[in-house]
Design a binder for this molecule. Sequence first.
Ligand code: COS
Length: 396
Amino acid sequence: MQVHDSLSKVYDLPLFDNAHRQLVRDLSRWCAANLARDEREDEFVDIDAQCRALVTMLGEAGWLRYCVPANVGGVFPQLDVRTLCILRETLAYHEGLADFAFAMQGLGSGAITLAGTAEQQQRYLPGVAAGKLIAAFALSEPGAGSDAAALTTTATRDGNSYCLNGSKTWISNGGIADFYIVFARSEDVAGPKGISAFIVPADTPGLVIAERINVIAPHPLATLRFEECRVPATNMLGAAGEGFKLAMQTLDIFRASVAAAATGFARRAIDEAVQYVKQRRMFGQTLADMQMTQAKLANMATAIAASTLLTYQAAWFHDVGNYGAKREVAMAKMTATESAQKVIDDAVQLFGGRGVQQGQITERLYREIRALRIYEGATEVQQLIIARSLLKGGRK
Ligand code: COS
């Protein structure tokens, strides 16, 4: 299979520099050689071990170095969103779980990169980059998903420590992470300004994996409970009361990469579909000869091109433009995930019955894309962000 046949020219645009272009080439070669797991009968078996193995592989190959800044073993002085997007797009094209493993190392450690002290960064980020420490981001709660500022987990100051009580759910890497970035209410202020962020090592007494959650595209996911879970006060990340902003800043970076992952899945779907329709015969011709097929392919390719441009526009605004990119990030996340769902559905339709057969790539993509319209801010949350930004009349 040709790698990224669907839109390889996009990287020629001046949104990228030569280091990005080289990364696409190197990573595509590595993925083709190392992630060729098309037949995934074992997809539902021992997902924790699969995920750990992928983190190790990505660490050993050096790809996780793009998740951390240069002062702790990373590649760039700051996180480069275009690079994160290239990584996720390419990994997702080849293997959804590899994309997940990469993304969660970045999301789970992003708040340390953005707000950690030198000591906190030194303690955690080299291990993240090497694939030796698994990270997780713990924001959502049973009663606070889209409305993240409604979270009720508490962090009560007690001498030189904070004592955490409450529950977190839908936590990716829950159960296999070595540490969690936990957002909890530490200040006596209602709403977002009462929230702070904490680093909680997985072996801290009082941190309980309450339930493992199974979803249609398996990956490690859990509900956590904090029962008198005590961490040193020095584990607070950034300033007291700044946790909500830190969560949003982290998401501004990684939501763009969700858009990129969606585009990677969609590209894989169209590449598979193009190959298939050229050889599948019906009514005395190939599927590719039929204008209905051609219309579908044209719409799929155009949707992917639009998503790609929105994604890398958002990433460029973040990396190079010196203004907030949250509106563009939200546009990219919403559009790329929604249209990837449609592109993959169209690919399934072109494959007919085989499209939904277990073990087929289209069937896997169909399951894998769905959660991206929900996690890291559902489409409806992105709509709120875009509209509020417009109504406010500024970019911030
Ligand atoms: N960067 C920096 N600061 C931000 C920010 C961002 N992207 N977004 C919001 N803030 C700040 C605001 O500026 C505001 O601070 P000030 O009052 O000092 O200006 C504060 O945070 C509160 O912002 P806002 O009033 O917009 O918060 P809301 O409670 O209305 O929440 C949404 C806004 C819905 C956008 C937020 O709750 C959200 O993103 N929800 C989805 C959560 C999510 O993605 N969960 C998935 C977790 S990972 S799977």
